[in-house]
Structures are given as structure tokens and as C-alpha cells.
Write a protein that binds this ligand. Structure first.
Ligand code: ADP
Ligand code: MG
Length: 262
């Protein structure tokens, strides 16, 4: 049972910032554990503006995936307010959220979330299929080519390597062209060169005027490609670097991870 009582919204929530693609104000998230609850996010506030690529880094278990799930409306925040592509997430129904996630909002899961019975190309076109829309054939072909999957278009996930599955998950979100892309460790299974290619694509999407990318990563190279990096520890955002290089990001992450698993 979640026992946390949300504060009245007007007490905690500043007006949604004009122009933000993602904004979060004092987001708390608790999970029911046994007879009680455990709070994972302790009041996270952030804002991502159009054209930005923002990375989130932090030790394992610090709440990065939970934050991404709440921001994307995959999990309901316990309290606080989130706006996403101009909509107030806590006011949206489950159906509204599902419609958003095959349209304006894309999510690359750490575990890929591919449908095992569908081919690579069918997985890529799934957001269109679910929305009863015809997938743009040229865009889908180009996207598969960009991630090096042209030859594997008819393969199904069980016959694919982890890296291939991750590239299908990325191709799906790139072909969807949502305004907001969330990506949870999107390069974890990729070799260096493929990882860089994918990063180029994510950055290109983010830097369009009406799009943005929020990426969780443990790779300082991904953070260094981002415009800003937010550092998370124990369910709170504790620091931020803007335009930092690989060394600076790695040093900051190490300072947060002292005495714990990275
Ligand atoms: N559904 C859940 N129920 C209970 N605890 C959870 C649940 N999901 C995540 N947690 C806990 O929340 C903490 C943060 O997890 P997570 O957001 O996955 O961290 P990260 O992505 O930074 O590694 C962990 O201690 C994890 O065990
Ligand atoms: Mg995680």
C-alpha cells in the first residue's frame, strides 16, 4: 500500500515553465514493499528544453530508471508534477499516455522490450501499427540502414544478439520521430563504433528545434555528447555539468560512487 499523501498541487508545483519539453517539480516516487513503502525518488525537479540532449548519471540503484519511467508516464509519480510535450502527465489517463507513447514520446528500454514473434522491421514499425498508421517505408529503411540492420530486417529477436536487439529498439524510436525520446542505457550492448553512430542519431534528433532526448547512461562518452549531465544519488539530483568532457564527467561520477557499486 502506498501511504504517501500527495500535497495539494498548488502548494508544491510552480507553473509549468514555458517551452519546456520535459519538466518535473518535486517528484516523489514510493513503491509498496511488504507492508510498508519505500521512497525511491525524494523530490526531483528538472527541466529539458527543446533542442536539448540531457544525460542522467549516477550509481546503480540511485533511481535513474525510476525517474525515467515517471517522467514518461510509465509509472505514476507518488506526488509532484510532470509536464511532457506540453501535457500535465498526472492529468492523463492510461489511454492518453499510451497514445502519447506511440506518437510524441518514445522510450528505449534498457531491456529493449521487443516483441519476440515480430521481425526487426515489424518491431520498428510497431508505433505506427498500434496507431493504425502506415509506416513511412523510406524512413524505416533508412533507419534500419543507419543502425546497420538492413540484412537483419526479417530476423526475429530470439535469433538476434543483444547488440542487434538494442539497435532494433533504437531504430524503433528513431523511425517514430517523437518529440521527446527517453533512453535507458541505450548503448550498453553496442561496440564503440556502433555506439557512436547511435549517439550521432540521438543527438541529431535532440538538436531539432522541437525535439529533445533524455538519456540515462553509465558511459561518460554518452554524457560528453550531451548538452548537460545531471547527476543522481540516492533518489535526488545532486549536481549538473554543462558541456563537460569525458574526464570531467568520469571524475564527477566517481566522486558520487565512492564506497558503492558503480
Ligand atoms: N517496482 C519496484 N518495487 C520496489 N523497489 C523498486 C522497484 N523498482 C525499483 N525499485 C528500487 O528502486 C531503487 C532504484 O532503482 P532504479 O531506478 O532501477 O535505479 P537505477 O536505474 O539508478 O539503477 C533500487 O533500490 C530498486 O531496487
Ligand atoms: Mg536503471
Amino acid at each position: 500500500m502506498v501511504t504517501h499523501t500527495p500535497l495539494p498541487r498548488q502548494d508544491v508545483v510552480p507553473p509549468a515553465p514555458v517551452g519546456a519539453m520535459i519538466s518535473a517539480a518535486e517528484v516523489h516516487k514510493s513503491y509498496a514493499v511488504g507492508r510498508g513503502t519505500v521512497e525511491i525518488l525524494h523530490g526531483v525537479s528538472l527541466r529539458v528544453t527543446p533542442g536539448e540532449m540531457v544525460a542522467v548519471m549516477g550509481p546503480s540503484g540511485s533511481g535513474k530508471s525510476t525517474l525515467l519511467y515517471c517522467l514518461a508516464g510509465l509509472e505514476r509519480a507518488t506526488s509532484g508534477s510532470i509536464t511532457l510535450a506540453g501535457k500535465v502527465v498526472e492529468e492523463l489517463s492510461a489511454t492518453d499516455l499510451a497514445v502519447m507513447r506511440r506518437g510524441e514520446v518514445g522510450f528505449v528500454f534498457q531491456s529493449y522490450n521487443l516483441i519476440p514473434t515480430l521481425t526487426a522491421v515489424e518491431n520498428v514499425t510497431l508505433p505506427y501499427t498500434l496507431g493504425k498508421q502506415k509506416a513511412p517505408k523510406d524512413l524505416v529503411e533508412q533507419t534500419l540502414a543507419k543502425v546497420g540492420l538492413t540484412e537483419r530486417a526479417s530476423a526475429r529477436p530470439p535469433s538476434m544478439s543483444g547488440g542487434e536487439q538494442q539497435r532494433v529498439a533504437l531504430a524503433r524510436v528513431l523511425a517514430q520521430q517523437p518529440r521527446v525520446i527517453f533512453a535507458d542505457e541505450p548503448t550498453g550492448a553496442l561496440d564503440t563504433r556502433t555506439g557512436e553512430l547511435v549517439l550521432d542519431e540521438l543527438a541529431a534528433q535532440a538538436h531539432r528545434p522541437d525535439q529533445c532526448v533524455l538519456v540515462v547512461t553509465h558511459d561518460p562518452k554518452v554524457a560528453a555528447r550531451s548538452d548537460r549531465t545531471l547527476f543522481m544519488r540516492d533518489g535526488l539530483l545532486v549536481d549538473e555539468l554543462r558541456g563537460a568532457g569525458v574526464g570531467e564527467v568520469a571524475a564527477k561520477l566517481a566522486s558520487l560512487s565512492v564506497g558503492r557499486e558503480g
